[in-house]
Design a protein around this ligand. Structure first.
Ligand code: GAL
Length: 422
């Protein structure tokens, strides 16, 4: 009997250690707010859910449809105000600091230290995840925004051999495509999609310095000057090349028009690639990717990230920490980004399985970081506050949809709107 005692004790200790581990692993739940509901997006986020569940945690999906995430942010605000925020929410750019400043976000330094985030992440990315020097969010990926997608078959039928590299080429190609009976530019008439196109035109017309002055420094001369007027004029010319049903169309339906051979081109970040891939299409063969005309020497970035909210329950906190850890691990970084169209946020991830568009994105990201031409996307909330972003959206969309508003008037409105919001 006596000799059995230590064994029994060991078993008891083992058991209690096991049940402690089991409870902290099994009981924790994360509720995750995101807007990844298109085919390619849903497939990508399902990978995160799978990896979390594999560790025994529970994933409660809180998906709010709407590309660009504005509807998701509205829902998030109402949940937070009523004292019931989710555990994790897809929040990007300076909005991370806006939420942190309000006291909603939790400190992730422990997970970050244990897993070496400071060493693994480019400094510009790490800084964006912190508030007053502490991690409050975890980065998922890097999307390039200034892409144009093309259907090579449609281009060929219209006698267009290569992707246009400047606006003169684009407009000449677009005329040929129209004459051949296709839609030159697939577009969804929603404010964030208008802004995505507009900022790409601004980058090509004015160059990286102009882009920075206008959308990062919010400089009045850049926002209201001649270069902006020229940008707005070029932007509005695109209206002649989109179809009459564009109003309100979701971005993935615009991508589907390129996939199905109805339209030749789409200007959209590389989440569009997720749709091509989800439809079984192959980069370089079934679809082409190229920088938006005139923007090959710059890179507008959009970094998806999850901000973590304060949670009271210990098990849920463990689940939240696990989610943060998993997002930065190589397994997730690889499988998620292969599906999503983006590139891993960690430069050390093996890119062998990624396609030519992803390789180009990774090479350009690094080259543009060195050259100082890596630019935060205004349209995707990377450049300025959510208020400024909203103010620019309003002017850009009104101008694009109002045949009577001149570019000069729109530029003036832009200055006023940004000043009022800033
Ligand atoms: C962006 C987001 C991307 C993408 C897109 C369309 O703002 O960063 O991940 O999914 O919206 O929903």
């Amino acid at each position: 009997m006596i000799r059995l005692k230590p064994l029994m004790l060991a078993a008891a200790v083992g058991l209690s250690a096991f049940s402690a581990a089991a409870s902290s692993y099994a009981a924790g739940q994360v509720e995750v707010l995101h807007w990844w509901t298109s085919g390619g997006e849903a497939k990508s986020v399902a990978e995160l859910k799978k990896l979390l569940e594999k560790e025994g945690y529970t994933w409660k999906d809180f998906a709010v449809a709407g590309g660009g995430g504005d509807s998701a942010m509205t829902v998030l605000k109402s949940r937070a105000v009523s004292g019931n925020p989710p555990t994790a929410a897809q929040i990007k750019g300076p909005e991370i600091q806006e939420w942190a400043e309000l006291g909603f976000l939790t400190n992730l330094d422990d997970v970050a230290d244990k897993n070496n985030w400071d060493k693994l992440l480019p400094k510009v990315v790490a800084d964006g995840m912190k508030y007053e020097g502490h991690y409050v969010a975890v980065p998922v990926n890097v999307h390039r925004v200034n892409w144009m997608w093309g259907n090579p078959e449609v281009m060929k039928k219209a006698g267009v051999e290569t992707m246009p590299t400047n606006w003169d080429e684009f407009f000449a190609d677009a005329d040929k495509i129209k004459a051949a009976g296709f839609i030159p530019l697939a577009h969804g008439g929603q404010d964030w999609q208008d802004a995505t196109t507009f900022e790409a035109v601004a980058l090509s017309v004015g160059g990286p310095e102009f882009f920075r002055k206008a959308f990062v420094d919010l400089d009045d001369d850049a926002l209201g000057g001649e270069t902006m007027v020229k940008t707005l004029k070029t932007f509005k010319r695109l209206r002649d090349y989109i179809d009459p049903d564009a109003a309100g169309r979701d971005w993935n339906l615009a991508t589907a028009m390129v996939i199905n051979g109805k339209a030749a081109f789409q200007i959209m970040g590389d989440w569009a690639k997720g749709e091509f891939l989800n439809a079984g299409k192959v980069a370089g063969k079934d679809f082409l990717c190229a920088a938006v005309p005139g923007t090959a020497n710059a890179y507008t970035y959009n970094i998806d990230s999850f901000a973590m909210f304060k949670v009271k329950n210990k098990d849920d906190k463990a689940a939240q920490d696990a989610l943060a850890r998993i997002i930065m691990e190589p397994t997730f970084q690889k499988v998620f980004n292969l599906n999503k169209g983006s590139i891993p946020v960690r430069p050390d991830i093996d890119m062998a399985d990624f396609d030519a568009c992803a390789h180009k994105s990774m090479e350009d990201f690094q080259a543009d970081a060195k050259a100082g031409t890596l630019l935060p996307s205004m349209a995707h909330g990377m450049a300025a506050s959510s208020y400024v972003k909203g103010a620019i959206y309003d002017v850009v969309t009104n101008f694009f949809n109002d045949a009577d508003m001149t570019a000069e008037e729109a530029a003036e409105r832009l200055v006023k709107a940004v000043d009022a919001a800033g």
